[in-house]
Design a binder for this molecule. Structure first.
Ligand SMILES: Cc1cc2nc3c(=O)[nH]c(=O)nc-3n(C[C@H](O)[C@H](O)[C@H](O)COP(=O)(O)O)c2cc1C
Length: 249
């Protein structure tokens, strides 16, 4: 459609937007607490955010996503109840396999986000791929496409001054069956991620560390001196990943 083509292509690039882009990607954080439940989020902002998702690149331009915008407080509360119920299994498995203990109620602050966006995937769109691609790697392509869409949504939320986060637990068998039933989602569609969105209280920047670029960068050939040993990987898990004792949500 002509109206969808940007006026100028390729768009002009000045130094400022480039800096703004890098600032945005560094600044975006998963916001898990501090949602302002009484500060309304206008529909126009949510539409803008989803517009960013709509423009995400997808394998074969299959655009496998659909969105459900949930504002109703009772529905959101039901989602939180399902979240808590599925946490019991998750916590038990974590405790048995790794000896780590968490509370069932941990991580439910997203209940205060006034908007929940549920991102769905339609695996039938895999037919958009060339046949060999479909046979070889439909799953990787399908999930990468959905991931691109979600990231664009999260970046758009950040640029519009809103906090957001991932709830990927919704894709677990129990959670997705319960959600499909609650929200009347047709069978072939799959539940991908839930994204609580809202304005948030200003709080100190949460530092979610990233591995230095030089550790992951190889020139021309794989530099085996950078290949991580099991011990180095374990150290990484404990110091940088969410499994680390010092990780702050
Ligand atoms: C595929 C995927 C699934 C995730 N699932 C969850 C989740 O269920 N709950 C959660 O709190 N964060 C979830 N996250 C967020 C990551 O923990 C987070 O992105 C990472 O710790 C880096 O922190 P940052 O997003 O603040 O930069 C998920 C992220 C990705 C990419």
């Amino acid at each position: 459609m002509a109206s969808e083509i940007p006026e100028q292509y390729p768009p002009s690039r000045s130094a400022e937007p480039v800096e703004a882009f890098f600032d945005l990607v560094r600044r975006r954080r998963s916001i898990r607490t501090g949602f302002l439940k009484d500060k309304p989020v206008p529909d126009e902002l949510i539409e803008k955010i989803l517009e960013a998702g709509r423009w995400a690149p997808s394998a074969g331009n299959s655009q496998p996503w659909e969105f459900i915008v949930i504002r109703n407080p009772e529905t959101r509360e039901k989602i939180v109840e399902i979240f808590k119920a599925q946490m019991r299994d998750k916590i038990e498995i974590e405790e048995v396999t790794r000896g780590q203990r968490r509370r069932v109620n941990a991580g439910v602050d997203f209940r205060h986000a006034p908007v929940h966006v549920l991102v769905l995937g339609d695996p039938r769109t895999n037919d958009a791929y060339p046949m060999r691609t479909k046979l070889d790697k439909w799953e990787a392509h399908y999930f990468s496409s959905l991931a691109n869409c979600v990231l664009q949504i999260l970046l758009a939320a950040e640029v519009l001054g809103l906090g957001s986060m991932y709830i990927s637990d919704v894709a677990s068998p129990y959670f997705s069956v319960m959600l499909k039933h609650l929200l009347g989602i047709p069978e072939p569609l799959q539940i991908y991620h839930l994204l609580p969105i809202g304005f948030v209280k200003p709080s100190p920047t949460i530092h979610h560390p990233r591995r230095p670029l030089e550790e992951m960068l190889h020139h021309e050939r794989y530099d085996c001196s950078k290949f991580r040993t099991e011990a180095q990987l374990q150290e990484f898990m404990q110091t940088m990943s969410i499994r680390g004792a010092d990780y702050r949500f």
